[in-house]
Design a protein around this ligand. Structure first.
Ligand SMILES: O=C(O)CCC(=O)C(=O)O
Length: 267
């Protein structure tokens, strides 16, 4: 992996391949674990309810399971990308899996072109790292994105997006990164087999997270420094001004130094 090349591609194209980030054993472990967790959710909530809530093909808040999901947050390659594309204060906005089993197209909201963060001029505030757990191509619905569109405020015409979209392609465990403002969508899975993928969206520390991970993750307090930082431990919001008066950096919720925009200006 050449981090300079990745950041340059991200700057100019709004997307870049990262390369292998998981061992064959880990790929298999995640694949099986996510299939089991999805089945548990279907058993608990029913398939119909999950479809009605656009949640049939996702497993959300993977950090709540700690273990290998925390090991992934610590992965040195991922952190190298995050530190260079954003900065070392960046936090995880969302940590989900998208299974895309192809059975019910309407069950996922990501099939239409979209952005995943508001757009700011000349500034990257968020990236998405996607790690498919099977070989991926247009045949099994790999993510499609439109290079260069992160640089412009307005949504291009559908005609333009459809004409210029490209599909991510690679082997299981090979990650890629997309600027969250690059217009993208899930492809159509025609393979008849599931396309499980881990999707980690990172953002700058002061931005809101999708879930209060510090409350939803039972093992966060004993996690490593990097896992805690990424899950937002250092930007917890005080419940009132009295809590905000805690100037002890050990116990303080929103710690000093988190308003960090370094490295995010696109020049
Ligand atoms: O599942 C996919 O390929 C696309 C995922 C996506 O659009 C997203 O996470 O925002």
């Amino acid at each position: 992996m050449n981090i300079g090349n990745i950041v340059e591609e991200l700057n100019i194209r709004g997307a870049a391949a990262i390369g292998p980030v998981l061992s064959a054993e880990d790929i298999e472990w995640f694949r099986q674990d996510l299939a089991a967790k999805k089945q548990q959710e279907i058993d608990e909530f029913t398939r119909e309810t999950l479809i009605a809530n656009f949640s049939l093909e996702t497993v959300q808040d993977l950090g709540r399971f700690a273990g290998k999901y925390y090991d992934l947050i610590s992965n040195s390659i991922l952190n190298d990308v995050v530190n260079n594309a954003l900065n070392d204060k960046a936090v995880i906005h969302s940590y989900n899996a998208i299974i895309l089993d192809g059975a019910e197209k309407s069950a996922m909201v990501g099939h239409g072109f979209h952005r995943d963060m508001p757009w700011f001029p000349n500034c990257r505030t968020s990236i998405i790292i996607m790690i498919p757990l099977v070989d991926y191509s247009p045949e099994n619905g790999s993510t499609r994105f439109v290079p260069g569109t992160h640089a412009f405020k307005d949504m291009p015409s559908l005609e333009f997006l459809e004409k210029h979209e490209v599909s991510a392609m690679g082997k299981a465990g090979e990650a890629y990164v997309v600027d969250s403002t690059t217009w993208h969508r899930a492809g159509e899975n025609k393979s008849g087999l599931p396309r499980p993928m881990i999707v980690i969206k990172y953002t700058l520390a002061p931005f809101k997270q999708q879930v209060e991970f510090y409350l939803s993750n039972p093992h966060i307090e004993s996690a490593s420094t990097v896992v805690k930082q990424r899950l937002g431990w250092n930007v917890r919001v005080p419940h009132n001004f009295i809590e905000g008066r805690d100037w002890n950096q050990e116990t303080r919720k929103f710690k000093s130094g988190q308003y960090d925009m370094s490295n995010t200006y696109l020049k």
